[in-house]
Design a protein around this ligand. Structure first.
Ligand SMILES: [Zn+2]
Length: 613
């Protein structure tokens, strides 16, 4: 094992000679508009300082970090038992100290370069090109034309994006589920062969099957953050960059040169940080655009004589992931979700009046529904009715039937869904309305929640991410399959969707595990799980208006808050929920709380079970 480590170091040195210095300022693109956007080079000094600062800190702390004992912490799971992390050896410490020395030099002569690092260094490492300083609501990113004024590295990243776009849209076609599975197993093998690049898995033998790796979750990720990424980024540094970005609403800073940092939504407990490299951003963007863009948008995209495709993007944080995709053919408008939604609607209406309304609208489900409701309201801002997105994409939150209906009524289009956690891109809906797990790039294992095997918590292994390893990562979400007859995710289904894919279709993401109400059973002893889809259905059928609602379980009580509801509405919802609970063989006291609009920018979760504190 040690000799393998030495060999790797030798190879890395060889590669480092190919890479440009990470501290060297990026080339000027020469295409940004004066006064509108700011080129990377203008920020060069600041960025170089940031990069140097991070690496110096790494150097200063790595020794003590790695001196700490590493605990096995796998959690438990039905399908994959928790196994202790591989034992730590004396030699590892030496290897690390050696690594530490080479990495600690912040003079640009860095020798310890992972594959990813090398890739981005050779490529120039920056996919984003010009960026506007700060992250203000409603700003527009209109970057330079593809292939003009870009460095060779940026050109290569764009080529990667285009290749993935083509493959995601027209490729990945298989004759049978068996053929798809054979291909996936090969990808899994390749992933397992390189997993030891993250120190956490250093001692994993190449032949180790996935099921023998420890189960990970947010706790493991936070505890072993430094060892679960292949770039030696420390958790404190990553969190520092991410939290500062949230505070200043400027999401352009990166860490270790070119890594974007994302934070998990953190509705409870500690927030986890996630690292994304430019290569991973391109693959993400290529996949999402390739799979979701409608035919008319693709034709517009490919025709240089037509205006660029305009995409309005409602984000809670950080457009840097998406800015990297901006080109002369795609134009993004960002709307900061920490600002009130009606202000955004006025701005959208203004753009529509100038015939520059978005063709594609991307927002969390609750924001889409609010925009749809606002744009149909009698006192809507003048001209808002002219917002006519061709494509509406729901992200970040669970989309329910009510919200889907609101969108269809407002704009006459179906809503496409992106199921994505900070942990990765997990599922996308197809043109036939089926929500396909992204089994081409993610390996799913299932931890069943019910005897009928319709609901499960997934363990995900991202086969493409190379910066931060996500392997057997237990998500908080509950996924639901269409019917008991459908066979499980990962186990494979032989059914082919109308779109031609064999990948597993899920009926819905039922939300996080704590969106399952847990109520006292009729016999008074057992607790009974009531799943969120049933609760949503019960609330939706009982109400007379289209207002928003929320439900939270505190202790054994169920507290409901309805927007703009009359007493009669409240009574109807109470009766509907009681009837539902009776069908489930359980009961609860239903109480009504006054309605408060959610804080702007807070991720909305309609159903939450609060753990007793
Ligand atoms: Zn399909």
């Amino acid at each position: 094992m040690l000799s393998r480590g030495r060999g790797r170091r030798r190879r890395r040195r060889g590669r480092a000679a190919l890479g440009t210095s990470p501290a060297a300022p990026p080339p000027h693109c020469g295409q940004h508009e004066q006064g509108q956007t700011e080129c990377d080079l203008d920020r060069g000094d600041q960025r170089t300082l940031l990069r140097l600062g991070c690496r110096r800190q790494q150097g200063g702390h790595r020794g003590e970090q790695h001196g700490e004992p590493r605990e096995a912490d796998g959690g438990t799971d039905e399908i994959g038992e928790a196994r202790p992390a591989p034992p730590r050896r004396e030699q590892d410490q030496h290897h690390h100290d050696d690594r530490h020395r080479t990495q600690g030099d912040a003079d640009g002569d860095r020798q310890d370069v992972s594959d990813d690092r090398r890739h981005s260094d050779i490529l120039g490492g920056r996919g984003s090109g010009c960026r506007e300083p700060g992250s203000r609501p409603g700003r527009t990113v209109d970057a330079y034309p593809v292939g003009v004024g870009r460095s060779r590295g940026e050109g290569a990243l764009v080529a990667l994006l285009l290749a993935r776009f083509v493959r995601a849209r027209w490729g990945y076609r298989f004759r049978s589920r068996q053929q798809l599975d054979r291909w996936r197993r090969r990808r899994l093998g390749a992933f397992l062969a390189r997993i030891h690049r993250a120190p956490f898995y250093r001692d994993v033998a190449r032949s180790t099957p996935l099921g023998d790796l420890p189960v990970t979750d947010k706790g493991v990720l936070l505890e072993h953050f430094d060892e679960l990424n292949t770039r030696g980024v420390r958790l404190a540094d990553a969190l520092g960059v991410a939290l500062e970005a949230e505070r200043t609403r400027d999401f352009t800073p990166t860490i270790d040169g070119d890594l974007a940092v994302g934070l998990s939504s953190g509705t409870s407990g500690r927030r986890a940080a996630f690292l994304v490299s430019p290569r991973e951003r391109m693959l993400w963007a290529g996949t999402v655009l390739g799979r979701l863009l409608d035919g008319a948008s693709v034709r517009q995209l490919l025709n240089p004589l037509r205006p660029p495709v305009r995409i309005a993007f409602f984000l809670r944080a950080g457009g840097s992931l998406y800015e990297s995709v901006a080109s002369s053919r795609i134009r993004f408008s960002f709307f900061d979700l920490t600002e009130p939604v009606d202000g955004h609607l006025a701005r959208l209406a203004d753009e529509a009046r100038r015939s520059r309304g978005p063709e594609v609208l991307v927002a969390p489900a609750s924001v889409l529904a609010a925009l749809a409701r606002l744009s149909r309201a009698p006192d809507a801002p003048n001209g808002s009715a002219r917002i006519a997105p061709r494509l509406v994409i729901s992200v970040a939150e669970v989309l329910d039937d009510e919200q889907r209906r609101a969108v269809r009524e407002a704009w006459g289009v179906p809503t496409r869904e992106v199921y994505q956690a900070t942990e990765g891109l997990l599922a996308l809906s197809c043109a036939y309305g089926a929500l396909h797990l992204l089994e081409e790039t993610v390996w799913f294992e299932t931890s069943w929640l019910d005897a009928a095997r319709t609901r499960f918590v997934p363990l995900v292994t991202d086969l493409e991410r190379r910066t931060q390893i996500i392997a057997r990562y237990r998500l908080d979400d509950v996924l639901r399959l269409p019917s008991p007859a459908a066979s499980g995710a990962g186990g494979g289904t032989a059914k082919r969707c109308g779109c031609g894919r064999f990948t597993t279709v899920i009926a819905a993401v039922d939300g996080r595990a704590d969106a399952v109400l847990r109520l006292r059973g009729a016999d008074g002893r057992e607790l009974v799980d009531v799943f969120p889809d049933a609760v949503r259905q019960a609330v939706a059928t009982a109400r007379s208006n289209h207002g928003d609602w929320r439900i939270r379980q505190t202790g054994l009580d169920v507290r409901v808050a309805l927007e703009g509801a009359s007493r009669a509405d409240e009574r109807a919802v109470t009766e509907s929920l009681q009837a539902l609970f009776a069908r489930y063989g359980c009961s609860a006291t239903v109480l009504h709380d006054p309605w408060f609009a959610p804080e702007p920018g807070v991720k909305v979760r309609r159903i939450v079970r609060e753990e007793p504190s």
